[in-house]
Write a protein that binds this ligand. Structure first.
Ligand code: UD1
Ligand code: CA
Length: 475
């Protein structure tokens, strides 16, 4: 039932056709779950739709792998209609009749055309109501119209449409038509549902084509009009892998442009891969070949070095991520510095002014304010306090083959190079670990732990060895 108030305005629903298999992708995954800009095709279309009407007036028509599709977008709050057998776009609307009939107007979107914007959906809606049409379709002029249905207008410059002709049915003369059917429509529900049963499946694919509604409604003396999208890229549909790559490219360039408008510097934006939901603050600099993925959020005045891949991280202000860092599901606070070549596995927190350097890997660890782990270390399940120095080559042995154990290093500790910390272990505040110590027992605060074999020096040993070798050769 429609939940939108009826205050003289038409009640508008949006339905998204997303039941198809996507045969042309040659994939075991449903088409609308293929990703562009870092999230599923369908999630983009839903995001645009829910900017125009409330989520409970949006209905996704699902079918192929319906459970997977539903689960992937359930958090958006939209409704679902099940089209268990996919017999064409017209059939999809027949199946959705019960959900949509209570509305005055239904806007139909394609789950595989994710560049559509709320502005264009609104333009379609407003054009539809201003022309008092029964059906309005969104069109576009494409240089390469092959594959799309073409629009036959009543005459040049006329708003009115005679018919939509699918690619397979085009006559040689019609193949030259550059104006394509974008696959987005507005219908008055009353004429749509009183004539939809006239659709038939006498065509190349044996499917019920929604596009045939144009000719059917015309025959019934109803008005059918077309409005052109101002940006033809917006209507691109992802039928093939090549289409998906092109859509992804457009989406990511648009994302870079948006961030630049908001004050972010991006060097060679065409080399950066930034997902749609990423946020970046002003005066942050993103160097070439950076990937920012998932729901990564970056503050202002931060710098992200080339070849860094950052997934679902929060990076605060004035931080520095140098070349080649791989950072996942972690937080990096103000003025912290990473890299070059640091690796944060999920669950890390790098606090203010801390430093993580070359070839240092952390997992589920916290590095306190002003602490440093600058070279060649593995720190796993470690809780490290403030102003701690973790020397080069320090390793936490956090895993005994069965369980993971914690290493706790309190404030102000100095861990000498090449130390091995066998967890569970606690190193008390201000303690000192001599280089190359294997720490197996807790170290009390302010003490020194020294655990290595005593050095033996044999004076003259090397010289003697060399002389012996020389004498042997001379023999
Ligand atoms: C459709 C249009 C074509 C238009 C193009 C724009 C038809 C017959 N043709 O062709 O004129 O130029 O879009 O991109 O409509 N779907 C269902 N149930 C079904 C069949 C399809 O939900 O039974 C969904 C698909 O998952 C897809 C959308 O409808 O998201 C469009 O279907 P698709 O097969 O991609 O249509 P096109 O061949 O692209
Ligand atoms: Ca399509």
């Amino acid at each position: 039932m429609p939940k939108t108030k009826h205050d003289g305005q038409p009640r508008v629903a949006i339905t998204i056709m997303a039941a198809g298999k996507g045969t042309r992708l040659k994939s075991k995954h449903p088409k609308v779950l293929h990703e562009v800009g870092g999230k599923p095709l369908l999630a983009h279309v839903i995001a645009a739709a829910t900017k125009v009407v409330p989520a409970n007036d949006v209905y996704a028509i699902i079918g192929h792998e319906a459970d997977r599709v539903r689960a992937a977008v359930a958090n958006t709050g939209v409704g679902f209609v099940l089209q268990s057998e996919q017999r064409g776009t017209g059939h999809a609307l027949m199946v959705a009749r019960q959900a949509l009939a209570p509305y005055d107007v239904v806007i139909v979107l394609s789950g595989d055309a994710p560049l559509i914007t709320a502005e264009t959906i609104e333009k379609l809606r407003d054009f539809h109501s201003s022309k008092k049409a029964a059906m309005t379709l969104l069109s576009a002029r494409l240089d390469k119209p092959t594959g799309y249905g073409r629009i036959l207008r009543k005459g040049a410059g006329s708003d009115d449409v005679q018919a939509i002709v699918e690619q397979k049915n085009l006559s040689p003369a019609q193949q030259k038509i550059e104006e394509i059917n974008a696959g987005f429509y507005a219908f008055d529900t009353q004429p749509l549902f009183s004539h939809i049963d006239k659709l038939n499946s006498d065509n190349h694919h044996g499917e019920f084509y929604l596009t045939d509604m144009a000719a059917i409604l015309r025959k019934a003396k109803q008005r059918v009009v077309a409005v052109q999208a101002s940006n033809p890229h917006e209507v691109l549909g992802g039928n093939t892998r090549a289409d998906l790559a092109e859509i992804d490219h457009h989406m990511r360039l648009a994302k870079c442009r948006q961030l630049m408008t908001e004050g972010v510097t991006i060097l060679f934006p065409e080399t950066c891969v930034i997902d749609s939901d990423v946020e970046v603050g002003p005066d942050t600099v993103i160097e070439p070949f950076v990937q920012l993925r998932g729901n990564t959020r970056i503050g202002s005045d931060t710098r992200i070095g080339s070849y860094s891949v950052i997934i679902n991280c929060e990076i605060k202000d004035q931080a520095l991520v140098q070349t080649g860092c791989v950072l996942e599901h972690s937080t990096i606070k103000d003025r912290a510095s990473m890299g070059p070549y640091s690796h944060l596995r999920p669950g890390c927190e790098i606090c203010e002014d801390a430093h993580v350097g070359n070839f240092v890997e952390l997992k589920k660890s916290r590095l306190g304010k002003g602490s440093k782990a600058n070279h060649l270390s593995y720190l796993g399940d470690a809780e490290i306090g403030e102003k701690v120095n973790v020397g080069a080559g320090t390793i936490t042995c956090n895993y005994d083959g069965v369980n993971k154990h914690k290493t706790i290093i309190e404030d102000g500790v100095f861990v000498g190079s090449d130390s091995i910390l066998i967890a569970p272990i606690r190193i008390g505040k201000g303690a000192y670990i001599a280089a190359a110590t294997c720490v197996t027992e807790d170290v009390p605060p302010d003490s020194l732990a020294l655990g290595r074999a005593r050095q033996v020096v044999k004076e003259g040993w090397a010289k003697e060895k060399r002389e012996k070798a020389k004498a042997q050769k001379a023999k």
